[in-house]
Write a protein that binds this ligand. Sequence first.
Ligand SMILES: O=C(O)/C=C/C(=O)CC(=O)CC(=O)O
Ligand SMILES: [Ca+2]
Ligand SMILES: [Mg+2]
Length: 439
Amino acid sequence: MAAPGSGQAGMMAEMMLDHTHDPAAHCWVPGADAHPDFPVQNLPLGVYSIGGGSPRIGVAIGDMVLDAQGLPDLPGDVQDALRQPTLNRLFALPPAERTRLRHALFAYLTGEPAKHAPLHAVADCTLHLPFTVGDYTDFYVGIHHATNIGALFRPDNPLLPNYRHVPIGYHGRASSVRVSGTPVVRPNGQTKAPDAAAPGFGPCRRLDYELELGVWIAGDNELGQPVPIAQAWDRIGGLCVLNDWSARDIQAWEYQPLGPFLAKNFCTSVSPWVVTAEALAPFRTAPRLRSATDPKLLPYLANEADAAFGALSLQTEVALQSAAMRAANLPPVVLSRGDSADAMYWTLAQLVTHHASNGCDLRAGDLLGTGTLSGPARESFGSLMELSEGGKRPVPLPGGEERTFLEDGDTLTITVRAEREGARTIGLGTCTGTIAPAR
Ligand SMILES: O=C(O)/C=C/C(=O)CC(=O)CC(=O)O
Ligand SMILES: [Ca+2]
Ligand SMILES: [Mg+2]
């Protein structure tokens, strides 16, 4: 099959592909071959339960969930990890074991149709947070977002001078990470309007979303032991869709000098399925946003493979449906569409390597957010703060409403797909949440 890129980059990328990426592969589960997100080339892992039963590991295939226990041809440590109620133990195993699982799943689902396969309609399942989240770190890789939001927070100093030298990030909060679908309670907080004499406390009035990708970390590095960039992809277990809900009024008042705190830790939503690094291999591409005139990367952040295909090209879409739209049977309206490769200045490998470069230990089940993914044009901005130009330009909604920031009852849904010529399209799925009133 055709590989992305050309020349050496194309050859290197092709080495990451195998028969499990064959776009012509046929799966016997009804509907799987035609499914937009979860054909047999994807095989994302997650945690589900049925009718109040205990959580179990499953694999999304079409509109079904395949229970992961009791699959044939797997070594004991993988079988054992698949009997756990979260993916932490599975993703602590060496990367070759996860590849082995992918190959076993692919063989099972493309071979002789199984008579009594443990398949459940996803509609009958409750999907859970796939990991016990150890730590959550949020980066700032969207250079257009950083420029746009920087201009709103710091008109004379939008993109700070360190931006092209060092991946910027902050430590977020793991306890408030929730699976897609969990209601998002409007936070209360301390805010101060620029012209007010003193701050006040109350419900956030500038509630926003942030379109991001989440990286689930695999494996462990000992404290003190960095992760060389050549090994960074071994530590990328898989990806999800992430919404870093943000209280812009709280953020503007609290963020100096230590960065975001309560403006961003009241809830972070993630999509339920972990789309593995192997499944995403066909969508690797050369980074597009680092130009020849940019500062030369420090050696620990650069290698040939990352320059050739360190980026990921994924298609993103953000849609909103208000309570009034829902009542009037109006479908969600698309607020923006974009491509992650047009938004990300830093690669995922650079984030992993930079995070561990001081000896910080990353552990299986840690979550990294990329930062808000905004493309160069308004049609591809990844937050309402940018779309409404800081609240100055309301976004019209069908039915006559408009939005500068999110209102109670709004449902915000982010969808991500991986699509390119010559490869089978796969999806990361959706990350959704509805705003509930402040308490
Ligand atoms: O002060 C700023 O420029 C803004 C910081 C953030 O909003 C932090 C954040 O969540 C980064 C991101 O999602 O890109
Ligand atoms: Ca963020
Ligand atoms: Mg957050």
